[in-house]
Design a protein. Structure first.
Length: 418
């Protein structure tokens, strides 16, 4: 059996190719079942995210072209248009790769945790499709355990490395309970969406989304049970906000010193935490002069992010060492599985010898032979049959100076050398 991984990711393929190889959940089960219908493919799982699509398979041979042909046919892509973007791993390299992916070591953002959840979803989908067996199942379970160990034993996921995440973490440091705070998010792009997601996950009390296009604000706010307003309505709601995070493409400031000062008066000097993630700035720099305002810019956060990235890189080195150990553990288990058939075959042969000689002994007793003689014959004959082949092979090994086999025999039979 061979472990094979074939895939594409954000480093090997542009988004136009990644889109074509994506497998939405609604088609995943049928695709998996079709994949394992190939005679040489025994088990399969597919991981499909915006940044990667990977196929994990247990095959009867190491012929990766079978899998590549299936991918090309399923996605109706010419093989010559597909293969330049593919990477392939086999056996030990596959095991190491899947461990690294689950730990976030192969992600666009080093150490990001979302990939582990996506991998668990891929595993569950394959289980539901009935395409996971003993080997792939064990590999996934070991993968999850390895990722958990990396998260527990290193600091790879503890430091934020996106400006949105850093802004939310800073808010958590300033406010004891986000559940009692209202956040005003200005903009509706990727950064604001990420900030809204982080705030929602941390249990913020209320989210208000302000955007030039009200429909976009409403669409984003609906995802987080928030409230949408237009930019023109900000002055009417600014006093409600304990947290303000802004990221728009405006060439002029959205918030001026005067409007913030008015909001502070309505708040009776209750502080406002503000983060301006826009370039050019959305919040006038003079706002920083106001008492009870904590204003941070993207530059303020960037230094923190760079420090955190360095911390993650150091943690990644520790993670690689953990993965090395975990790969060895899995390979040890895998080798033990290979010995199971050998043990079973050897036991079957011994039981056949036993049954044959027992049958002869019973017939001998039936013909009047004494029990003592019958048992002596049984013991003598059975012993000869059990040791005949090993004895012959040891003699041949000695004649051919196969010292490795002689040493192995001493270890297997637990004998002391003369």
């Amino acid at each position: 059996m061979t472990f094979i991984t074939i895939g594409i990711n954000y480093t090997t393929a542009p988004v136009a190719i990644r889109e074509r190889l994506a497998f939405p959940l609604e088609v995943l089960q049928l695709a998996l079942q079709d994949l394992v219908s190939i005679k040489e493919i025994n088990e399969a799982a597919i991981l499909s995210t915006c940044n990667r699509t990977e196929f994990y398979c247990i095959t009867q041979s190491d012929n990766q072209n079978l899998l590549i042909d299936w991918i090309a046919q399923n996605k109706q892509i010419a093989i010559q248009d597909l293969t330049p973007y593919l990477y392939c791993h086999k056996d030990k390299a596959t095991i190491r790769h899947i461990f690294r992916v689950a730990c976030g070591l192969d992600s666009m953002i080093l150490g990001e945790p979302q990939i582990l959840g996506q991998m668990k979803t891929a595993y569950q989908s394959a289980c539901d499709a009935g395409t996971v067996g003993k080997l792939l199942g064990k590999l996934f379970q070991h993968t999850f355990n390895s990722a958990k160990k990396v998260r527990t034993d290193t600091e790879i996921g503890s430091s934020p490395v996106s400006v949105a995440f850093a802004a939310v973490q800073l808010a958590q440091q300033i406010f004891d309970k986000l559940s009692e705070q209202t956040a005003l998010l200005i903009g509706a792009g990727e950064t604001i969406e990420l900030a809204a997601r982080h705030l929602n996950q941390q249990g913020v009390g209320r989210i208000i989304i302000a955007n030039r296009t009200f429909e976009k604000a409403h669409t984003l706010a609906a995802q987080f049970n928030g409230y949408a307003i237009s930019l023109a309505e900000i002055p009417n709601h600014l006093a409600e906000a304990d947290i303000v995070i802004s990221s728009t493409g405006s060439q002029l400031p959205i918030l001026g010193k005067g409007s913030v000062e008015s909001a502070l008066k309505k708040r009776k000097r209750k502080p406002i935490f503000m983060v301006d993630l826009a370039v050019p700035r959305d919040i006038e720099s003079e706002v920083e002069q106001l008492d009870d305002v904590y204003l941070y810019t993207v530059d303020d956060l960037q230094h923190t992010i760079e420090q955190n990235m360095n911390s993650r890189r150091q943690a990644a080195e520790q993670a690689e060492e953990i993965i090395d150990t975990q790969v060895d553990y899995f390979l040890t288990w895998l080798r033990a599985q290979g010995a199971q058939k050998l043990i079973k075959d050897y036991r079957t042969q011994a039981e056949m010898f036993r049954d044959n000689e027992l049958q002869k002994a019973l017939m001998s007793l039936g013909n009047g032979t004494s029990a003592e003689i019958a048992l002596q014959r049984l013991a003598h004959t059975l012993t000869n049959k059990l040791i005949h082949t090993p004895s012959t092979q040891i003699r041949v090994a000695a004649e051919n100076e196969r010292h490795d086999l002689l040493a192995a025999a001493l270890e297997i039979f637990q004998l002391n050398p003369a």
